[in-house]
Unconditional design. Structure first.
Length: 443
């Protein structure tokens, strides 16, 4: 039964918080179509409603004795982190027969099951289980391409199961284009798909929204909070504005020097920076053809021979394994060079997601409020040129690599910006989500 805005709310567990009325969310909760596509802003309540739909289904009687449902994410770890605890808290204890923390399965007294799975291994929903009655696919843009058609639909077919595909609309992600096309079909007649779209600001408070403005660049903010499908392509560093980001930046011998390193041999590119908690300045660059790490270290030492306030070297993961000289890895060469005192060398075990690197750098160049927190000296000509011209292939989110010299020095910069200024949704916003979303239903 669906409660109207002025009707009492049946709170199955303390987690079923009565929430503000929102017409689009109410329509999504009530939708009876087999497929639903919910492309909405961050922290806008879509996942909470989807979880409640799953839990509500657990006590619906079927012709067979074991109705089965699953919540699926791009990986098992993501699915567990996003929803496993929430699904348990939404399910009334007197409904539960057993909970498997190993397999992430809730079994109820009604004979129904609710699984939490990662779709990086689609075989987790396949096999001779007899199919599924319903599912939620979260972070839909980030799922493996084709997983819905090749794996989910066949798994739902034996029981004519339903599916909610939900997520933030993104121009990046393995399944972004596929999900967008599916969502569009929901606005056509006789497709069996119901599509929904609402922005974050319909739901979250102004303080939380301003926090997101501070950590996202304008285009990412419109996409991830405004729930607007952005066109793929264009400049990679679209937030860069020469008038705003280029200004005199000086070396300060009393501050730590931060070196961003890209270990491509031709050219090898390093950015030389000072970084504070909230902002960064690039005052020098190394862009050297047909070289190696040893030579770059020599050049760096020649330019700043007396610097003793400390060094921080940040680079890509290959620096710990690739050898640009016959002697040792790039990482080991930097670590062993005693000319650079008080140094800290940070190279990750694996490189961050490329889109995350680009987003962090764009947000530092200019966020959605208009704050510019990254400045570059005009002498850094190669870096400025790369920021101005590095682009995606037309209509895609694949970087155009036709110019082999392009992209290396901005990689060196973005390793630093991602490491020191990563985009992280504040925990307070994430936790507040359950209190400010807008479900209005009785199970």
């Amino acid at each position: 039964m669906i409660a109207e805005a002025n009707q009492p709310f049946n709170q199955l567990t303390p987690a079923w918080i009565p929430l503000r009325y929102h017409e689009q969310q109410a329509r999504y909760y009530r939708s009876s179509k087999r497929f639903r596509a919910v492309a909405c802003g961050r922290q806008s309540g879509k996942t909470e409603i989807a979880r409640r739909r799953l839990v509500r289904s657990l006590r619906i009687q079927k012709a067979y004795s074991n109705p089965r449902y699953f919540y699926g994410g791009p990986t098992r770890q993501q699915a567990k982190r996003i929803s496993w605890d929430a699904l348990k808290s939404l399910t009334p204890k007197h409904w539960i027969k057993d909970i498997s923390e190993t397999d992430l399965v809730i079994t109820t007294i009604f004979g129904s099951e609710l699984h939490c799975v990662g779709l990086d291994k689609p075989e987790r929903i396949e096999g001779d289980s007899g199919g599924w009655d319903g599912c939620v696919l979260d972070e839909s843009c980030d799922l493996k391409p084709g997983v819905f058609t090749r794996n989910v639909l066949p798994a739902l077919a034996p029981r004519n199961g339903w599916c909610d595909r939900i997520g933030v609309p993104k121009r990046t992600g393995p399944s972004a284009t596929e999900y967008y096309q599916f969502w569009l079909q929901g606005f056509e007649d006789n497709t069996g798909i119901d599509s929904f779209n609402w922005p974050s600001w319909d739901i979250i408070d102004s303080d939380s929204l301003n926090s997101l403005r501070e950590i996202l660049d304008p285009i990412d903010f419109d996409e991830q909070c405004g729930a607007k499908w952005q066109k793929a392509g264009g400049r990679v560093y679209h937030a860069f504005d020469k008038d705003a980001n280029v200004r005199p930046c000086s070396y300060n011998p009393s501050r730590v020097v931060v070196v961003g390193s890209d270990f491509n041999v031709d050219p090898m590119c390093w950015t030389i920076m000072h970084c504070s908690e909230q902002s960064a300045t690039v005052f020098d660059e190394l862009y050297i053809r047909n070289t190696n790490t040893e030579h770059c270290l020599n050049v760096l030492n020649q330019r700043y021979p007396e610097h003793d306030a400390g060094w921080l070297f940040i680079g890509d993961a290959t620096g710990a394994s690739r050898k640009t000289s016959a002697a040792s890895s790039d990482y080991a060469q930097i670590l062993a060079d005693d000319r650079f005192t008080k140094k800290n060398v940070r190279y990750p075990k694996a490189n961050p997601n490329v889109a995350d690197r680009f987003a962090a750098c764009n947000a530092l160049l200019k966020n959605a409020i208009g704050d510019v927190r990254l400045h570059i000296d005009s002498s850094c000509r190669k870096l400025i040129e790369d920021l101005e011209h590095l682009a995606y292939k037309e209509g895609t989110t694949i970087v155009d690599a036709s110019n082999k010299e392009r992209g290396h020095i901005t990689d060196a910069l973005s390793y630093v910006t991602h490491r020191l200024y990563p985009i992280k949704i504040p925990l307070a916003i994430d936790n507040a989500n359950r209190n400010i979303t807008t479900t209005l239903v009785n199970a």
